[in-house]
Design a protein around this ligand. Structure first.
Ligand code: FES
Length: 119
């Protein structure tokens, strides 16, 4: 029996959900002020009917803690930094729905150089 093809999602959004224990000097993406950003992202996508074609995934540290809160949008390796609810709204409208990354919210180039070569 032939199985129907399962379509790929249009985007994956990996939201860093790492928090540091109290007293830890290193910054982290989830703090008292930023703890509801993932729920905000998920609720906004749900309201706009994007869940399914777009997969929002809670992930641990993405290695750019000093620029947090961060989230990575794939395909394209687009790393958004210093997120807020307002930034999430604009990223959903312009990048996820409109297809154009929001350049001014992307991580600065000095923190996101060319991919490491494995050869
Ligand atoms: S804690 Fe989020 S990138 Fe490290």
């Amino acid at each position: 029996m032939e199985m129907p093809a399962i379509p790929q999602p249009t985007f994956y959004i990996f939201k860093c959900e790492q928090s540091a224990p109290p007293g830890m000097p290193k910054p982290s993406c989830v703090t008292e002020q930023s703890r509801d950003l993932f729920n905000y992202l998920a609720q906004t996508m749900m309201q706009k009917g994007l869940m399914g074609p777009v997969q929002a995934i809670r992930t641990s540290c993405l290695g750019r803690c000093q620029m947090g809160p961060v989230m990575l949008v794939e395909p394209g390796h687009h790393m958004y930094c210093q997120l807020s609810k307002e930034k999430i709204d604009k990223i959903i409208e312009e990048h996820i729905i409109g297809g154009t990354p929001v350049q001014e919210y992307l991580i600065p180039e000095q923190f996101w150089g060319a991919p490491i070569s494995l050869s």
